[in-house]
Design a protein around this ligand. Structure first.
Ligand code: SIN
Length: 477
């Protein structure tokens, strides 16, 4: 399959728009494609098509929806290498990581194809002897999904697979930086046999405009967004008038704590995995590394050694560990955070500067403290910032000293401490002796200003279902 489409997909038709926007490879800075640039009319057409298709799709048996989703899953696996190549070319991450993402993304489709068959209701003893109460779950209706550039494939399947499994229909607006993976996924969805209007795709370089249509159109019953906290708040304000349901997966500021009794080697491995995945451009990336003073020096020297082995380059070249950052704005932010830390007394063990476009070396910074911008801002880049601590209470307070609450990690061996710390961390996800917490079977999501809603797992389906209760009277025994 060649994946040649470059347009919108509305009501089962590929729709060219009058205007196009460019897609660039962040490694070479070359334009690799142009894509139809949808406007508010396209968005409205897509929503109307999804609303019409909902009437039929929501009435399909769960088994029928499940079989189409399974087919889509199989097609994604069959074409995984091509999908990964498309992903690397438009996003920059190393091919092996891109392939991992495509398979991770497909695993949500497989999981929710199964879950489609398990949307169970309930019976509740009535509050009078002649009453019976039953509870059913029903699909919400049209779901608008807005997905980011850092995981151009998996963030799409993670949203739309549960929605489709539940019986909802979709209008998808992928990131304008990475629309090609989205288009390829929709080409496969067409092949899998979703009826027209069930999945609609509107690439657009005008996210604010499309967001306004999504939040104001009465047929859109839910918006699922992954992206910045700033944009999440705008969508929430705009959705208030119609009280639309929202799932918001927003920014993070993950602490990574290494206690004195931790296995330092394993902690270094976990830190490398969670810090440098996707060049650090991951919402659940380790952002602040707190190391107990007793193991601080051993941890830092081991981490430095591992960092020195990372190879920068073109994601399509074998052996590349670190690809380019996504754009100039991301690079400037990283440089600003490092400069601020340096000026406030941090020790730059290895620097990030290169003279290669959007490439940044993985950097290690020590003696960091909470007055520095790098403590409170999401780095979203390849900088490991290390803090030293002495006491459990001190490090818990520091870890929680952030408006974000997405992922957190810690390494230790004392089971009582593990329970205490896991319960005290104000985050939606806690990795204990692991830096890899992502899975279709687990509920991904945050608290505080990292948003709300859960993606993946049995809980992920609930975000796309309404609960209806029926009170049956007059049942006299
Ligand atoms: C994200 O950055 O939000 C996604 C990371 C993941 O699913 O592992």
């Amino acid at each position: 399959m060649e994946f040649k489409k470059r347009s919108a997909f509305i009501n089962g038709e590929w729709v060219e728009s009058a205007v196009q926007f460019e897609v660039t490879n962040p490694f070479s800075s070359q334009v690799i494609s142009t894509v139809s640039d949808c406007n508010s009319e396209h968005a409205t057409l897509a929503i109307n098509a999804a609303a019409e298709a909902f009437k039929e799709w929501s009435k399909f048996s769960a088994g029928k929806r499940s079989r189409i989703l399974k087919k889509w899953y199989q097609l994604q696996l069959e074409h995984s290498k091509t999908l990964a190549k498309i992903l690397t070319t438009e996003q920059g991450k190393p091919f092996a990581e891109a392939l991992g993402e495509v398979k991770y993304g497909a695993s949500f489709v497989e999981w929710f194809a199964e879950e489609a068959k398990r949307v169970y209701g309930d019976t509740i003893p009535g509050h009078r002897s002649d009453l019976r109460i039953t509870v059913i779950k029903q699909p919400l209706g049209v779901v608008a999904a807005i997905t980011p550039w850092n995981f151009p494939s998996a963030m799409i399947t993670r949203k739309i697979a549960p929605a489709l499994a539940a019986g909802c229909t979709i209008v998808l607006k992928p990131s304008e930086l990475t629309p090609l993976s989205a288009i390829a996924l929709v080409e496969l969805a067409e092949l899998a046999g979703f009826p027209p209007g069930v999945i609609n795709l509107i690439p657009s370089s005008q996210p604010a405009l499309i967001g306004e249509v999504f939040t104001s159109h009465p047929a859109v019953k839910k918006i699922s967004f992954t992206g910045s906290t700033r944009v999440g708040k705008i969508l929430m304000k705009q959705s208030a008038d119609q009280l639309k349901k929202l799932s918001l997966e927003l920014g993070g500021n993950a602490p990574f704590i290494v206690f004195a009794d931790a296995n330092v080697e394993e902690a270094i491995e976990g830190c490398m995995a969670s810090k440098f995945r996707n060049v650090g451009q991951t919402c659940i990336s380790t952002n602040r590394i707190f190391v107990h003073e007793q193991v601080h020096d051993a941890f830092v020297s081991g981490l430095k050694e591992k960092i020195s082995q990372l190879k920068l380059g073109d994601g399509l070249e074998r052996g590349t560990d670190i690809g380019p950052m996504i754009n100039e704005a991301a690079v400037s932010k990283l440089d600003r955070l490092l400069l601020d830390a340096k000026q406030k007394g941090a020790m730059i063990e290895t620097d990030s500067k290169t003279d290669q476009g959007l490439m940044r070396n993985p950097a290690l910074v020590c003696d960091v403290n909470s007055t520095m911008d790098i403590f409170s801002e999401e780095i979203f880049g390849p900088v490991a910032a290390v803090y030293k601590f002495k006491e459990e209470q001190e490090v818990i307070a520091l870890a929680n000293k952030t408006s974000y609450g997405l992922a957190s990690y810690f390494y230790g061996r004392d089971y009582a401490q593990i329970w205490r710390v896991a319960e005290a961390l104000e985050f939606g996800m806690v990795g204990i002796n692991t830096g890899n917490i992502s899975s279709a079977v687990a509920p991904f999501g945050g608290v505080k200003e990292s948003g709300f809603g859960r993606e993946g797992s049995k809980y992920g389906m609930d975000d796309y279902l309404n609960i209806k209760y029926m009170c049956w009277a007059g049942i006299n025994s």
